[in-house]
Ligand binder design. Structure first.
Ligand SMILES: Nc1ncnc2c1ncn2[C@@H]1O[C@H](COP(=O)(O)OP(=O)(O)OP(=O)(O)O)[C@@H](O)[C@H]1O
Ligand SMILES: [Mg+2]
Length: 134
């Protein structure tokens, strides 16, 4: 998707190996949904950065784009099932992606949130414990 839109997808990863106890398919789905949104809601030829931070007992994943950004009003509802924001514009979609991300991350004992100023891109963050809850 990124290639088709001429988007530069960059990764910043810690040097050390991180061991995470998580369902690999669900984790891939969560990250995939965030990357898909970042690409979908960015104009062509922008940059998207995936950053992974080792916080010690937790790992933080952040996806930053240079897209349209998200209004405060929309930020309050983005993770609800079937909610689509103003930033959706003419792009197709059902409003499922972020609701799925939230369920996956919370099922792993983590949390997810967004930081954005309208017109200045968005960063979606999630944090997972390095060991799954009992
Ligand atoms: N990176 C982003 N930049 C700007 N707006 C975003 C971004 N990610 C999500 N949004 C906004 O959040 C809304 C909800 O996102 P979500 O992924 O849940 O649904 P969708 O992308 O509209 O549809 P689907 O994921 O089901 O194809 C989107 O409609 C869009 O308004
Ligand atoms: Mg989506």
């Amino acid at each position: 998707m990124a290639e088709a839109k001429g988007i530069n997808l960059l990764g910043e990863f810690p040097k050390e190996l991180i061991v995470l106890q998580a369902d690999p398919i669900l984790l891939q789905r969560a990250l995939g949904n965030l990357l898909e949104n970042a690409i979908k809601y960015s104009p062509p030829h922008k940059r998207i950065v995936l950053k992974v931070l080792n916080l010690g007992n937790e790992v933080q994943f952040s996806v930053t784009d240079q897209g349209s950004g998200i209004s405060r009003q929309d930020q309050a509802h983005l993770f609800e099932l079937l909610y689509r924001g103003k930033s959706a514009g003419r792009e197709g979609g059902l409003g499922l992606g972020l609701a799925i991300v939230k369920r996956i991350i919370e099922a792993h004992g983590g949390r997810v949130w967004v930081e954005s100023a309208e017109g200045h891109g968005a960063t979606f963050h999630f944090i997972l414990p390095q060991l799954a809850p009992a």
